[in-house]
Design a binder for this molecule. Structure first.
Ligand code: SF4
Length: 572
């Protein structure tokens, strides 16, 4: 096993015996075989697209399969065995379509496009996967090592795109061009005639594409659930039994709310699902009462204290603890062996959540762990409405700097940096956030600048698109030629593959001085880092005081950081 595709890779090198995330070596090995076969599928999909063959089922399968390997999504070896078999079958189908069209298949096929099996055999496939992972080509050095790492990065970008596309698919939308790009991206990893600059350029292209996909997801969410609007979300608990919903999938939340309305069961959000409170479609449900707990990594203690059932709708799953195993449910591509999974029957538009609702009725109310309230919902429309006021405050000097502090939270204790950074920022710094890194600071009492809240929470990870769209609008209103000319600094808390897309999007836009933390990605090889440093001045994080001073262009931190109170108290 060798996995280094998230921020929690062991010692920031790689998980090599078992994943810190809970991924076992056999699952890691099956991921490697699935990745191998998906490259072969994309190889044929690109050829098929060249002659006008379009197979939406294969495209959608591709997105699901990529998404299944995103960190903290699925840990069930049986799922990956099925996906591998299906990948090969779909590849062979494409091959037959090409042959029927008279397309001559090249003799010198990549091995990824040829892998075949006779029998479905999990144990044998685990062994094969062990020969295909990141380290399969042995120790590399120089440009070869850089190229290898850059190709890996392309696959992580593809997995992030797969996740976004799957979120779109479950909302019933399919735009072929995004899938065509994913195939192009995955097939590109097979190219041997490219330089490091070529591969990096392709990764930036993936970053740009991700903004289009994020924008599409935001648009569909808005069409289905309404325009998000600034909304106060309570963090305390009520005296009725509840169901806790975590992840990103608004469709699941909607179905659950619809089915639980009037049942006497309250619904609480967790992690990135907190963003749902801002959407008009969810506000009509009186039993959507509050957000419970913090970010995804706190789930093991918080799910136990919640008492009622927990529904994990997208990535963010950790190995369930025994004391809530019988109350944990997964949905969509998320899975853990022996944890109950709720799927949509083929004949129905809705998932049936009645088993969870009935179980909740017999549970105790949640144990209080937080109190107070936070404000969410500064989506693109709400941000755009503030553009004139923010532009005026920048011009008058009332806003000195905009700090974009976005991304995911995680377990590393070094992530307290994000709390300390926000605490250290002066009162004339405006903060934009998206994703769940906000849990490090969203309950701080940060005040306002000319009536504008200093912390503007845009939403989930994919709403990062709205941050960039707003900044572009602000730049235009201020008659500047590039976002970088605004007084803005980007500080990305990366964790998994969707936050890798955030970084790549910024690189693609030519935004310099992006800070990445709490550690730099382990797949940034020496050569990749050198290129990123030279061309874009990409950097890791330093102390909060030094970074604050650098972002604000002052020589050293002020002696007295502002006093900050918390609006809520955790761990009562
Ligand atoms: Fe380790 Fe992250 Fe890979 Fe899990 S996803 S095995 S924590 S590097």
């Amino acid at each position: 096993m060798f996995c280094y595709h998230c921020q929690e890779a062991k010692k920031n090198v790689a998980c090599d015996t078992a994943g810190i995330c809970g991924k076992k070596a056999d699952v890691s090995s099956l991921h490697d075989l699935l990745t191998h076969t998906l490259k072969g599928l994309s190889f044929y999909a690109v050829k098929a697209a060249e002659v006008g063959i379009s197979e939406p089922n294969i495209d959608q399968f591709m997105a699901r399969a990529l998404y299944s390997m995103v960190t903290n999504v699925n840990f069930d070896p049986a799922v990956f065995v099925q996906l591998i078999a299906e990948t090969v079958q779909r590849r062979e189908y494409l091959k037959r379509l090409l042959l029927a069209k008279g397309v001559e298949l090249i003799v010198d096929l990549p091995k990824e496009a040829q892998w075949q099996y006779e029998l479905i055999d999990q144990a044998a496939w685990v062994k094969i996967g062990e020969t295909l992972g990141v380290m399969a080509c042995g120790e590399l050095s120089g440009e070869q090592a850089d190229l290898h790492a850059a190709r890996e990065m392309l696959m992580y970008a593809a997995k992030g795109l797969g996740a976004l596309l799957e979120h779109i698919q479950v909302l019933g939308v399919f735009h072929v061009e995004h899938y065509a790009f994913v195939h192009e991206l995955v097939a590109y990893t097979l190219r041997t005639d490219v330089s490091l600059d070529d591969v990096l350029a392709m990764s930036y292209k993936a970053g740009k594409q991700s903004l289009l996909v994020m924008a599409l997801l935001a648009q569909i969410n808005t069409e289905k659930f309404g325009q998000p609007e600034p909304t106060t979300v309570h963090l305390d608990t009520w005296d009725k039994p509840g169901i806790l919903v975590t992840g990103h999938d608004f469709h699941d939340l909607h179905d659950l709310l619809e089915q639980s309305a009037g049942s006497g069961v309250d619904i609480y959000t967790h992690g990135e699902m907190i963003a749902a409170h801002a959407y008009p479609a969810f506000k009509k449900y009186f039993n959507l009462v509050a957000n419970y707990g913090g970010a995804w990594q706190d789930q093991k203690t918080e799910f136990s204290k919640f008492k009622g059932p927990v529904l994990v709708t997208s990535n963010s799953l950790q190995q369930p603890k025994k004391d809530y195993t019988d109350k944990a449910y997964t949905s969509g591509m998320v899975g853990w062996p022996d944890i109950r999974h709720i799927d949509k029957p083929r004949s129905s538009e809705f998932k049936d959540f009645s088993v969870i609702i009935e179980q909740a009725k017999k549970c105790e109310p949640p144990t209080p762990i937080t109190k107070g309230a936070v404000i969410v919902g500064y989506g693109l429309q709400a941000l755009t409405a503030l553009t004139e006021a923010i532009a005026a405050a920048i011009q008058s000097g009332d806003i000195q700097r905009i700090i974009v502090l976005a991304g995911c939270d995680g377990r590393h204790k070094e992530r307290r940096y994000y709390t300390e950074l926000v605490q250290a920022l002066p009162k004339d710094a405006l903060i934009l956030t998206a994703g769940d890194t906000k849990y490090r600071f969203h309950d701080l009492e940060l005040g306002e600048i000319n009536g504008i809240p200093r912390l503007l929470d845009v939403g989930q990870t994919h709403d990062f698109y709205a941050v960039l769209a707003f900044l572009t609008h602000l730049q235009q209103i201020m008659q500047l030629s590039h976002v970088s000319e605004l007084p803005v600094s980007f500080n990305i808390a990366w964790y998994e593959q969707q936050t890798i897309l955030m970084m790549l999007a910024l690189f693609a836009l030519g935004i310099k001085d992006v800070r990445i933390g709490p550690t730099l990605p382990p797949f940034f090889s020496a050569g990749i880092l050198e290129k990123l440093t030279q061309t874009l001045a990409v950097k890791g994080i330093d102390t909060p005081e030094n970074d604050m001073a650098a972002m604000l262009g002052i020589e050293s931190a002020p002696a007295e950081p502002q006093a900050v109170e918390t609006a809520s108290q955790t761990n009562l």
